[in-house]
Design a protein around this ligand. Structure first.
Ligand code: HEM
Length: 214
């Protein structure tokens, strides 16, 4: 198992698998968070309580955190390898649309990483008891957080960056896994485009509505 994880060829493969797992996490996370827009705090707090206590979800959460760590660690490692091998660019050849997005992956990824640290201080570390707050009432915590314009701007900026990261990540993960196909690859690209616009935009509705209309 450790050989698979650490061999140079499979690093990108494991990174792509972890990335696809994170891609499936986001719609679930979004679905629960959209309950924050209801005026009744109970649906959101009940869902958050379920996610925090149901044993299967707890196991998935451990896999999720492991996927985040592996994805980031291998991403940094592969990027450094690339810089050493090819100091000027990330992808050789023509300045295609793919190379344009892939050149920024390390920076959009780094921004999301910084966002996650902030985000964990806002919520997740509260659940772990590392930061003060009431994990049974994330609803009120989110509402007071998004009443602060500075936080709204940071979150909205990070959602935009997330969109750019997801657009390239989505199709690139399929390519890395060897799932190239004359018909399906263009379909994956369209799905990637829709996903990378719809998910960040839907997340963005939360701070915007809580900030301006609540
Ligand atoms: C307005 C948008 C968002 C809100 C209101 C929000 C809210 C929350 C809350 C309340 C938690 C802790 C609750 C719990 O653990 O069950 C949490 C955890 C987490 N969030 Fe978010 N989140 C948002 C966007 C995002 C985005 C865009 C990402 C990824 C880039 C993300 C990644 C995570 C992760 C990895 C965790 C820890 C795992 C988990 O507890 O499920 N969140 N978020």
């Amino acid at each position: 198992m450790s050989k698979i994880l650490f061999s140079s060829i499979s690093k990108k493969f494991v990174m792509a698998l972890a990335g696809l797992f994170l891609i499936t996490f986001l719609p679930v996370h979004l679905g629960i968070n959209l309950l924050l827009l209801k005026s009744d705090p109970r649906p959101f707090n009940t869902a958050a309580h379920f996610m925090a206590t149901f044993p299967v979800v707890r196991i998935i959460e451990i896999v999720l955190i492991a996927a985040i760590v592996i994805h980031i660690a291998w991403g940094i490692f592969l990027q450094i390898q690339n810089w050493i091998a090819r100091p000027v660019g990330y992808v050789s050849g023509s300045k295609s649309e793919t190379s344009f997005f892939s050149r920024f992956m390390i920076w959009t990824g780094a921004t999301i990483f910084i966002f996650l640290i902030l985000h964990f201080f806002n919520f997740y570390f509260v659940k772990l008891g590392l930061v003060k707050g009431n994990p049974e009432d994330f609803y009120s915590m989110a509402h007071s957080l998004f009443s602060i314009p500075q936080y709204d701007f940071i979150y909205l900026f990070c959602f935009a960056v997330l969109g750019f990261h997801l657009y390239h990540a989505f199709s690139s993960a399929f390519q890395t896994l060897g799932l190239n196909h004359r018909i399906w690859t263009p379909v994956v690209k369209v799905v990637a485009l829709i996903y990378s616009i719809v998910i960040p935009l839907s997340f963005a509705t939360i701070p915007i509505i809580l900030w301006l209309f609540r």
